[in-house]
Design a protein around this ligand. Sequence first.
Ligand SMILES: *Cc1c(COP(=O)(O)O)cnc(C)c1O
Length: 361
Amino acid sequence: MINVTKTFFPPIEEFNKQVQRIWDNQWLTNRGSLVLELEQKLEDFLGLDQSKIIIMNNGTFPIQVALKVLAKGGEVITTPFSYVATTAAIVWENCTPVFVDINPKNLTIDESKIEAAITENTTCILATHVFGNPCNVEEIDRIAKKFNLKVIYDAAHCFGVEYKGKSIFEYGDVSTCSFHATKLFHTGEGGALFTKDRELFHRCFFSHNFGHKGQTDFHGLGINGKISELQAAIGLAVLPHMESIINSRKQVVQLYNNHLDFSKLSKLKLREETQWNYSYYPIVFDEQVTVALVQKALNEQNIFPRRYFYPSLNSLPYVKHEIMPNSDEIASRILCLPLFDSLDSKIVLTIIKMINSLLKC
Ligand SMILES: *Cc1c(COP(=O)(O)O)cnc(C)c1O
């Protein structure tokens, strides 16, 4: 069975070596030495210049912490085209999502429509760099400064992405990433928060550990978003393989790019000056009926692409429903094709052939 992605498992000896260190230390959580080492190695790998990382228990929690600290129960301008976590975090933190439609070419929030959605209750912009494709960070930054808003980027898809020569995690007041097992780099479950603002860093840091400042002192309200040493052990075993993982994915992407028939479908349009991470391979068909046809034909061969993202988040049952023409339309016509490091090129060619022949009828 071929799924849209496949979790990377490092050789078990490499994981065992890390687990042995945990047993030697007799220390399982509360920011042990493996977590600290992973944070250091990630900062190096990602080439972080000003931003600092805090690894957390998943990729949703850092969005919640950032919203708690920055959005303060206000209106949050956000994209309808993302994973459900983006909107769920806003509603969960008692803020109000205000959707702004996407640009149908690059699938990120349409920055030209943000100003019209701002009210006196707006506190924050939470946008997603969809499939690792950066938002228009310069324009969003300009709008945020003009209206005194904070900017959070859900960069769950962006491990290793660079924009204009620096890590995408350096943009916005806060950036977050997911290290879930289905993501490019993973710790099983896990995630991270990035910020270059020192004060914000401290607030988020204390927030993810009950506000503890030593054993008896508390630095404000906090809750538990810590990751354990066992998860860090997975991360430390996966990280040395990242370059080769990204290279293998690049080969798959090049096959799709070179052989799919783009006369009746389109591929992701990356923003200029982006060094991408080959995280997803979305294709958008010209017609909605084709999605079902392609899905059915591939499923019959035990190949399972995913309708990612579908449905558009403005149709979630717990938000005020509004029509978002571009997001609704793209969500109904998009399919993410299988993409992972060990995907056999013969299978990729089979997928391509099937799609191309269905497009001919
Ligand atoms: C995966 C994902 C998340 C949530 O990450 P978890 O680690 O599963 O909590 C948030 N936003 C986007 C865009 C995602 O794809």
